[in-house]
Design a binder for this molecule. Structure first.
Ligand code: HEC
Length: 160
């Protein structure tokens, strides 16, 4: 009886240790990913990455970036995207890394992007490529004034 209790204890002790090791390893992997993202040239606006973590606007932009590359594949296959990403409407209010990042023209550029995005989601098939490229141009025109760092990556989103 005493022995089996001890056994139970050592088994659960081993399990706890294993869990700790696993948790630590995945934590490390996450950290590496974050570091990699930071050194990646698309990840910054020429300024060093915010030491306080990623801003709300940065995170939103990363979602917009990955959504745009999904859209590119869809459009190339001739499919009209269906569910408008309402989350992107937060572009107006999302906090940037640096409070001076959003200049007076930001909201006009943001409106231009959102209205082009609406046009893409309501696009007739024959205008898909044109409307998709208009969205990418809307990203690029805001970026040319507000955040030139990712411009190269953004321009690669265009469909020739
Ligand atoms: C209205 C202006 C505006 C529009 C439109 C815009 N961006 Fe941005 N983008 C910004 C600003 C400002 C930042 C910097 C955010 C910060 O530093 O907090 C940024 C940051 C980024 C980043 C870097 C994110 C990071 O990891 O820090 C990427 C990538 C990006 N945008 C891609 C895009 C793409 C793709 C589109 C179009 C689908 C787009 N942007 C549309 C203004 C804009």
């Amino acid at each position: 009886m005493v022995l089996s209790l001890r056994n139970k204890f050592s088994v659960s002790f081993t399990l706890v240790i294993c869990a700790l090791i696993l948790a630590n390893c995945s934590g490390e992997a996450k950290k590496e990913e974050v570091e990699k993202a930071k050194t990646d040239s698309i990840a910054s606006c020429a300024k060093p990455v915010n030491p306080n973590g990623d801003s709300e606007l940065s995170l939103l932009m990363r979602e917009m970036m990955s959504s745009a590359s999904n859209l590119k594949e869809m459009v190339k296959q001739g499919n009209v995207p269906k569910e408008f990403p309402e989350a992107f409407l937060k572009i107006h209010t999302a906090q940037p890394t640096d409070s001076e990042t959003k200049k007076a023209s930001f909201n006009d550029f943001a409106d231009n992007y959102i209205s082009n995005l609406h046009a893409l989601y309501n696009s007739p098939k024959e205008d898909l490529t044109k409307n998709y490229n208009a969205v990418v141009n809307a990203c690029a025109s805001c970026h040319s004034q507000h955040c030139p760092g990712p411009l190269k990556a953004i321009n690669k989103l265009k469909i020739e």
